[in-house]
Design a protein around this ligand. Sequence first.
Ligand SMILES: *Cc1c(COP(=O)(O)O)cnc(C)c1O
Length: 488
Amino acid sequence: MDEANCKIACQLISQTYIKQGSQALTRRHKLIKTLLSQLRLPTDGWDDATIELFIQDASLMDSNNFIDNIGLGEREARVASELVARRHYRLAHGIGRSGEVAAEQPKAAGSSLLARLTNHLAADALEIAGMKDLGPVLTLPLATGMALTVTLLALRQDRPEAKYVLWPRIDQKTCIKCITAAGFTPIVIPMKLEGDQVVTDIDAVNAALAKIENKNTLACILTTTSCFAPRAPDNIIEIARICALLDIPHVINNAYGVQSANLCALVTSAVRKHRVDAIIQSTDKNFMVPVGGAIIAAPKNRPLLVEKVNKLYPGRASMAPLLDLLITLLHLGAAGWSRELQQREELQPLVLDALKECAAAIGERVLVTSNNPISMGMTLDSLESKNKIDCFDTRYSARAGATFLGSMLFARGASGARVITPEKQQTVAGIQFQGYGASYDNYPHSYVTVAAAIGSTKTDIEEFLKRLHACVDEFKRKQTKKTSHGDS
Ligand SMILES: *Cc1c(COP(=O)(O)O)cnc(C)c1O
């Protein structure tokens, strides 16, 4: 109800009461006004009623929700199911037009507004997390892998000779598939071992570059920050330096790196000192929304690639992942977002300590991977069955010892742990990898990784490690039994 209507309502209800009610409405409208004028996260998160009021208002500004609207075109945001309409707050036009995915839609002022706002708030959230000196930010309804693919495709426009992407190895299938999906051939740069850590081999990067006579055949170097231990974040500063020197684009896969102050600082350094063209991050892994979105950001001093992705995107796109992010950011506010980040930072040493305790109890040790601020690993060397085949359970008979632990954990409702054994071979995108999972051919240990991820709690860790411990004990009991059987 606006002020004029409140005045009229005074014929029905005492003016004093209407005035109070009207003031309550004004407070909410002021929150919206501040948001629209500042284009930053509200200091404190909004209550759900204000968020719904705002989205509802925007939605009523879209033509499909006009009273008496008749649309005879083929894209009039018709929605058959009322359930679906409600699930989307009746926002049905999506985002973008055929020309640009971030363009305004004449039929959908509300949707266009919310989409623009999402990008502003996403930029603010990245800045609060510690990613400084960023320019344009584009939220797309594509998960990280596809967002990387469209970014690589956008690079091709300026580099028509490009065939290859130089890629320090990271054992996550999406990371290599995003290259081949864009029609490029990955040049895999093996990592090197430094203590327990698997780190970028800058000499190998330089050696590979030296072999490429025409640098224009390279689309970019694709580096990765957030990754499973024992891999460390890539040395993105040194690679950014090489990219600046040789005039090669540099794209950073920062999938879940936003949640780590260290990784954000690393990205900021690379951006400030040398060359970065785009940084891509997942919405679900960083902002606790359903899977479906990614944020593509470009540095302030090199903003063009984001604009190119925006123009390259064919057609309209779903607005749902943007709406999820918008609602979440309004719900958290700057204070809530900072608190989530802070809690994650505090969680990391707790996970490490708990993992150390667990390791000591089962006669293993924690891998020293101090450059990785999110993922941690513990050796499982004592679990490797000597004869590799035929564990105690025939359902898993083809699996080696430590891998079986992964299944045991999963069966006990403990997900997220990855058990890696050095002998695993895997072909991804036509390339065969040895020791898949460790990002290294012959990693000297079997191990399990866990993550100190945003949104996890201390209780989660304690309960998880309790189950892990129980699984290891059970495993060893069975192993001993089996061995003694075999001996007899
Ligand atoms: C999760 C992840 C991906 C894949 O992300 P999707 O959102 O599933 O496309 C790619 N790279 C890294 C490093 C990841 O952690």
